[in-house]
Design a protein around this ligand. Structure first.
Ligand code: NDP
Length: 295
């Protein structure tokens, strides 16, 4: 039996349309457009591409995009000073500092300078804490996108066994918290987990975010499980072309899972769509308006 393919690209396109459709309400009430500031330090090629895509998507959704490109030689103090200016700028509702930052700059010190109400990536310790204690706040885009796909597939997640592999602050941990909030029974696995195959086999829901190409094998997966593959691993093929591989051995896993995200075209497109959603939500909350319904 072949699994249902979870089309993250199509879901993300619909979410972007819903965000764009909700922007005019904000504009009518506040007489300005929601604004996202993106800060890029240095010239990492992958980061340049991400920042360009974020800019284009923000403008297409009818929101303002403020790009700040700083040289590799920027000091931590200069970067912190820019973030503080953006915190005070009323036209900026959301701030994203593109990671990784050049060596010598402390990511955490910079992220913790962002006003938590403008922390569109949800990486600030206040937003991580809000998520952990079940308060509303801005939630990291990739895990929130994964949750949206899961709810779209499964509806109510209550009582399901969920296994998350990977415990990073940006994907694994917030993913586990989100699933707990949905009343799943959550197991969070990592590189020190014993019998990973057996642990993975418990999951009605399986989310994998480790950064190891095709680590999770088909015979680890519970038959019928819903599998979300966050991994994005670039590998050169024999033909010299670069391929994108997930953390799950997709070709075999799709014969066992009930539903599965492909790589590419699964989780990847969700991240920017949720970034736009979070920008609008941050703008609404800062303006004292209720968060837009259906987002
Ligand atoms: P990190 O490197 O920060 O974390 C990886 C996690 O995987 C760690 O918790 C680590 O465990 C765990 N891990 C590593 N090897 C194993 C193993 N053999 N068995 C079990 N657990 C293991 O990665 P990220 O969370 O940032 O990213 C994970 C993947 O997701 C990457 O491929 C990344 O490119 C992708 N990604 C995709 C996004 C998107 O689609 N938009 C966004 C963000 C990430 P330990 O803590 O013990 O070291």
């Amino acid at each position: 039996m072949s699994a249902r393919l979870i089309d993250g690209k199509a879901f993300a396109a619909r979410l972007r349309e819903r965000v764009a459709a909700a922007v005019p309400d904000f504009v009518a009430t506040m007489d300005r457009v929601p604004g996202l500031a993106v800060v890029l330090v240095g010239d990492d090629p992958a980061s340049q591409i991400y920042v360009r895509s974020k800019h284009k998507a923000t403008v297409e959704a009818g929101m303002a995009s403020f790009e700040h490109r700083l040289p590799e030689t920027t000091s931590q103090e200069e970067l912190v000073a820019l973030v503080e200016r953006l915190n005070d700028d009323e036209s900026v509702d959301a701030i994203l500092v593109q990671l990784p930052l050049p060596a010598g700059i402390d990511d955490k010190a910079v992220i913790d300078t962002i006003d938590p109400d403008k922390d569109v990536d949800g990486f600030h310790v206040i937003n991580a804490g809000r998520l952990a204690v079940g308060e509303d706040g801005l939630v990291s885009c990739t895990p929130l996108g994964c949750l949206m796909l899961l709810k779209d597939q499964l509806g109510d997640l209550s009582g399901l066994e969920a296994v998350v592999v990977g415990r990073s602050n940006i994907v694994g941990k917030p993913m586990a918290q989100l699933l707990l909030r949905e009343n799943c029974t959550v197991t969070l696995a990592h590189s020190r987990t014993r019998n990973l195959a057996e642990v993975v086999g418990r999951g009605d829901i399986l989310v994998v975010a480790v950064g190891q190409p095709e680590l999770v094998k088909a015979d680890w997966i519970k038959p019928g499980a819903t599998v979300i593959d966050v991994g994005m691993n670039r590998q050169s093929g024999e033909d010299g072309k670069t391929r994108l591989l997930g953390d799950v051995a997709f070709a075999e896993a799709k014969e066992v899972a009930g539903a599965i995200t492909p790589v590419p075209g699964g989780v990847g497109p969700m991240t920017i769509a949720v970034l736009l959603r979070n920008t609008l939500v941050a703008a609404q909350l800062r303006a004292g308006m209720p968060p837009p319904a259906g987002l």
